[in-house]
Design a protein around this ligand. Structure first.
Ligand SMILES: Cc1cc2nc3c(=O)[nH]c(=O)nc-3n(C[C@H](O)[C@H](O)[C@H](O)COP(=O)(O)OP(=O)(O)OC[C@H]3O[C@@H](n4cnc5c(N)ncnc54)[C@H](O)[C@@H]3O)c2cc1C
Length: 400
């Protein structure tokens, strides 16, 4: 009987645990998910929370019952340290020995650029409390509008969400009848609009230029932020952008549990993995989702990060589950699915429109890639959200 411990219970962790069980069948092997969050959270819909288009309850639900109905134990706790030699993970609810471990702990936020972060002068939308605080700030702003700066800092990798927030913000300025009172500026470390940290997509720059021109949004690329204060964003070249409301996507780091575990991660706390998602030095330890190290494969004048989005997180989790089940069954044929070769599939909401991103590989070289306005107008991401929440509630991890 083998014990598999999965740290983290959202996209990558859930897929890893459910797929390990699916490939093993009803054996005595234990699978234990340990997560700091009691709920599954559909993170992509947080962009709508500041505008009251979604409440947190609409996009989250307890993960324990789903796992337990599939023969997986759930522990609501935080992993604090991993000892790879002893095969033990230390948590706030005791120590757990494992035969196989999956690290699926997602990102920690890097607020080291002075003045950035919800505790300082810029808002953030990627966690429930921060999205709700952004809502409160937006509602105060509506009564007292001024210039706005939205974007991403140097080294950020999740630019798509910031673009979504930009276009939703613009749309809601119209809805509140204050668009003409707001000078809206988009700042980004990307060398051109639509680079997204993946080297861009055919048609992407043209489309985003057309959108931003049409909506009278000023754009500044190659941006490095020096600092943010309560009334302005100051760039490294000395440019000062007045701002009464600032939302900036920060760079991500790997979680503290990895950074506190010698030998587990690189300097940023990301786990170096093989194409099988096995740790480069510990083949009984796997990682998936944002937790893995994906070196940036190109140079840009200002550093950008690679986006590790939901689809590849789910796909990598599936590969991990399949591979752990193979190892438990003493079958050495492990599946290789390099992260950069996973297809790019994404719907980017743009307020009352959408853009669809399709690429056979997330990062080039690619045989096929396109970025197009969605013929479904603005329903694609909403339909996807409903589908993903349904699939997750039922634990149908084999579905795409
Ligand atoms: C605002 C926003 C919008 C986005 N929009 C999109 C989109 O439209 N499409 C898309 O594909 N992707 C989108 N993404 C990216 C997507 O959310 C991520 O790819 C996905 O959440 C990654 O899954 P993950 O399982 O690796 O990490 P997470 O979803 O972050 O899950 C990590 C889990 O681990 C838990 N955890 C952390 N540390 C510990 C610990 N020490 N011990 C135990 N548990 C721990 C956390 O509580 C969490 O439950 C968006 C991201 C953001 C921030």
């Amino acid at each position: 009987m083998a014990t598999t411990v999965v740290l983290g219970g959202n996209f990558a962790g859930l897929a890893s645990a459910l797929e390990t069980r699916r490939h093993l069948g009803n054996t005595d092997d234990r699978i234990i998910v340990i997560s700091r969050a009691e709920n599954f959270l559909f993170v992509p819909s947080l962009i709508w929370v500041p505008f009251r288009e979604r409440e947190i309850e609409d996009i989250s639900f307890p993960v324990g019952p789903i796992l337990e109905s599939h023969g997986i134990e759930f522990i609501h706790a935080e992993g604090t340290r991993i000892d790879p030699e002893a095969s033990v993970v230390h948590t706030t609810k005791g120590d757990f020995e494992f035969d196989y471990l999956v690290i699926a702990t997602g990102p920690e936020l890097d607020w080291s650029i002075p003045g950035t972060g919800p505790h300082a002068h810029s808002h953030y939308i990627g966690t429930p409390p921060d999205a709700l605080a952004t809502r409160a700030a937006f509602e105060r702003f509506v009564d007292n509008p001024g210039p706005v700066v939205i974007g991403a800092t140097q080294r950020a990798g999740c630019m798509g969400a910031a673009y979504e927030f930009l276009f939703n913000f613009e749309y809601h300025l119209h809805k509140h009848g204050i668009r003409d009172k707001v000078e809206l500026t988009w700042i980004t470390p990307e060398p051109f609009l639509g680079h997204f940290g993946i080297g861009g997509l055919p048609g992407g720059e043209t489309l985003l230029k057309a959108f931003t021109n049409h909506l009278h949004i000023r754009t500044v690329t190659d941006v490095e932020v020096d600092h943010v204060d309560s009334e302005q964003v100051v760039l490294a070249d000395g440019t000062t952008l007045p701002s009464a409301f600032t939302m900036l996507m920060p760079p991500f780091l790997g979680q503290k549990v990895v950074r506190d575990s010698p030998g587990m991660g690189n300097a940023k706390g990301y786990v170096p993995v093989e194409d099988t998602y096995q740790h480069k030095n510990y083949p009984h330890i796997f990682a998936a989702g944002i937790a893995i190290d994906v070196p940036v494969p190109f140079a840009t004048p200002v550093a950008v990060g690679v986006p590790k989005t939901g689809y590849p997180a789910d796909e990598a989790g599936k590969t991990v589950g399949e591979n752990i089940a193979h190892l438990i069954k003493s079958d050495a044929r492990l599946r290789e699915r390099p992260f950069t070769k996973i297809p790019g599939l994404c719907v980017m909401d743009a307020g009352h429109k959408e853009v669809v991103i399709l690429a056979n590989h997330l990062i080039g070289p690619r045989d096929f890639a396109v970025m197009l306005p969605d013929p479904l107008f603005d329903e694609g991401k909403r339909l996807f959200e409903k589908y993903f929440l349904w699939k997750t509630r039922h634990g149908y991890s084999a579905l795409p």
